[in-house]
Write a protein that binds this ligand. Structure first.
Ligand code: NAP
Length: 293
């Protein structure tokens, strides 16, 4: 029998040319279309509760919605979800909203976070495909409220890129953040967000971008028709929405007209579901579907 944390995917239709796998025992190879010429291919990566909750406003430092949504830390499903997320960090570069950066003070977007199992094969897999050791860590911030001491800004080799506005650039300077690359655009307008991603492609060579949330940034990307697809892990935890304030839920994919590309689970006794939803109507995905239908 293979590794019990390997997700068994059911393929409904091709997701694009296969990218390969760092270890076929643990990860099935996933496929990705070529990115559109003018920007990266952008895929969201989130975990939701059984009733669609991705986060709520934290009461204090111990109130952690992500841990609550994931449930028991020792389960095979949870290990499989973490491994999927780490594999998705080998595809290209990784982005995250500033609120998540502020609320997760130890987060770094790399295939092996400091508390993780050793994963040299994930880095080797990147390097073999011509990518740098670490993915670029891209932070989205309108107002520049990024903590200067955060490890995404201080860890050697991470090459952070902050995507911000003119007001945000001034705040970053006020905070003494000078070592990160900065892209300045009018991000609250869809056209500004589109220009920022065109510049990630042309100025930084970002071809694939895993956006790990939060929902606020994913919603902005979707509104700007930049979000091509989403990897969504749904756990068995049911969140009492009345017990929290500021509850955020993920997209209603059916209502959005998204297509379920693949669905996975652990066999024989997995309790999470792993889904991949592809949005229609964006420049990249439309062209890709047309070219193969
Ligand atoms: N369940 C999951 O998979 C998952 C994934 C990620 C995060 N989370 C959790 O979700 C919570 C945070 O999520 P969130 O939705 O509140 O925040 P978020 O998406 O992480 O970040 C929101 C921030 O992004 C910036 N922003 C907003 N609109 C933007 C735009 N159009 N362009 C560029 N930047 C923009 C702003 O930064 P400034 O305020 O600096 O201007 C805003 O405060 C945390 O608790 C985190 O742990 C859960």
């Amino acid at each position: 029998m293979g590794d019990p944390t390997r997700i068994q995917w059911t393929r409904f239709r091709s997701a694009g040319p296969e990218i390969g796998t760092p270890d076929p025992e643990r990860w099935a190879s996933l496929g990705f279309p070529s990115p559109p010429p003018e920007r990266p291919w952008i895929f969201g990566v989130v975990v939701t509760s059984a009733n669609g909750v991705v986060a709520w406003r934290r009461r204090d430092g111990r109130d952690d919605p992500v841990r609550a949504i994931l449930g028991d830390a020792t389960r095979l499903d949870r290990i499989a979800d973490r491994r999927l997320m780490r594999y998705l960090r080998t595809i290209g570069d990784v982005g995250i909203g500033a609120q998540t950066v502020r609320e997760q003070p130890t987060l770094i977007l790399t295939p092996q976070e400091p508390a993780d199992e050793r994963a040299p094969e994930l880095y080797a897999f990147r390097v073999a495909r011509g990518l740098p050791h670490h993915p670029r860590n891209i932070i989205y911030s309108v107002y520049g409220r990024v903590p200067p001491e955060h490890p995404m800004l201080t860890t050697p080799g991470l090459s952070p890129i902050i995507v911000t506005t003119p007001a945000g650039r001034a705040e970053l300077a006020r905070r003494g953040i000078r070592d990160a690359a900065v892209i300045v655009e009018t991000l609250l307008e869809p056209a500004g967000l589109q220009r920022a991603h065109a510049r990630l492609r042309t100025e930084h060579g970002v071809r694939y971008l895993a956006c790990e949330g939060g929902q606020t940034v994913l919603t902005a990307l979707r509104a700007a028709r930049l979000l091509d697809e989403m990897f969504v892990t749904t756990t068995d935890v049911v969140v009492d929405r009345a017990a929290h304030e500021g509850v955020l839920v993920t997209f209603d994919f059916m209502a959005e007209g998204a297509t379920l590309v693949t669905e996975g689970r652990l066999e024989p006794s997995g309790v999470y579901t792993f889904k991949r939803w592809r949005f229609g109507g964006t420049a990249g995905s439309t062209r890709w579907w047309r070219s193969r239908e």
